[in-house]
Design a protein around this ligand. Structure first.
Ligand code: CP
Ligand code: NVA
Length: 303
């Protein structure tokens, strides 16, 4: 059987993504009842992090432990990957030792190359192009609070970077409308926008994007790896912050989400992220449940 990877949301079809989300809800309920679920006993996850992480690392590591398996944290600083061992060689070796590999990388092309040479499933834990694990948690969180996301309107305010691209994928597979508002030089991937025309609109106007939205989402203005652009970005993103005034343009029952970490006073006002719209803590928790379900799915574990 072919090895299944999760490099973008498109690697699973709609029914498979729905199966993962349904299982995530059951795993969350089981955990709330303190009921042990030991579906990944003797399985090992390798976790390669080229960039910092709090949520992704802890949710994958805790998730493996809760399912009876084990996770190994691998930093390029401490492995031969960081000393120039070829990606293909590292993939061949590691995938003979562990059962599944999760990678947070600077370059999406690198995880694609890793996956080509891996005998075991590879999971994208964030690249400059996509963050598909975050979208599993985001869709689960929206639906816990408001029911199906199908047919709803999501507003994206801010950088057209990895999270925004992944929302474009999600709009297509989960069938919701997505209004993106970004500054001129920070548009999402042009080919993706064109392919999603009809479901996705793009403008430079946050008010237009948020009007009557069911969900408003943003992300940091300066992503990991862009730190030297921080000053320019603070200027360029002025006016693209999610304020209480902006939220008042959305529907009365609109929710606010942010993948975190957040910068209060930059992309989001404290009154929004700490206010009545925000579901960000549940969103962060759901990384745990959705990734446990994803690991089971990719390892073809019966549940
Ligand atoms: N949202 C997210 O991926 O957070 P971390 O960078 O802390 O993993
Ligand atoms: N866009 C952010 C997301 C962090 C989870 C980054 O790439 O740093």
């Amino acid at each position: 059987m072919n090895v299944r990877h999760f490099l973008t949301l498109d690697d699973l079809n709609h029914d498979e993504l729905r199966q993962v989300l349904a299982r995530a809800r059951r795993l969350k309920e089981a955990r709330a009842r303190s009921e042990p679920v030991l579906t990944l006993q003797n399985r090992v996850l390798g976790m390669i992090f080229e960039k910092a992480s709090t949520r992704t690392r802890v949710s994958f590591e805790a998730g493996m432990a809760q399912l009876g398996g084990h996770a190994i944290f691998l930093s390029p600083r401490d492995t031969q990957l960081g000393r120039g061992e070829p990606i293909a060689d590292s993939a061949r070796v590691l995938s003979r030792m562990v059962d599944v590999i999760m990678i947070r990388a600077h370059r999406h092309a690198d995880i694609e190359e890793f996956a080509r040479y891996s005998r075991v499933p590879v999971i994208n834990a964030l690249t400059e192009k996509f963050h598909p694990c975050q979208l599993l948690a985001d869709v689960m969180t929206y639906e816990e609070h408001r029911g199906s996301i199908q047919g709803k309107t999501v507003a994206w305010v801010g950088d057209g970077f990895n999270m925004c691209n992944t929302f474009i994928n999600a709009a297509q597979v989960f069938d919701f409308k997505l209004n993106i508002a970004s500054p001129a030089d920070y548009a999402p991937d042009a080919d993706m926008l064109a392919a999603a025309a009809g479901r996705v609109t793009f403008s430079h106007d946050p008010v237009q994007a948020c009007t009557d939205a069911d969900l408003v989402v943003t992300d940091v203005w300066t992503s990991m790896g862009q730190e030297e652009e921080n000053e320019r970005r603070l200027r360029d993103f002025a006016g693209f912050n999610v304020t209480e005034t902006l939220m008042s343009r959305a529907r009365a029952d609109a929710l606010f989400m942010h993948c975190l970490p957040a910068h209060r006073g930059e992309e989001v006002e404290a009154g929004v992220i700490d206010g009545r719209w925000s579901v960000v803590w549940n969103e962060a928790e759901n990384r745990l449940h959705t990734q446990k379900a994803l690991l089971e799915f990719l390892l073809d574990v019966p549940f």
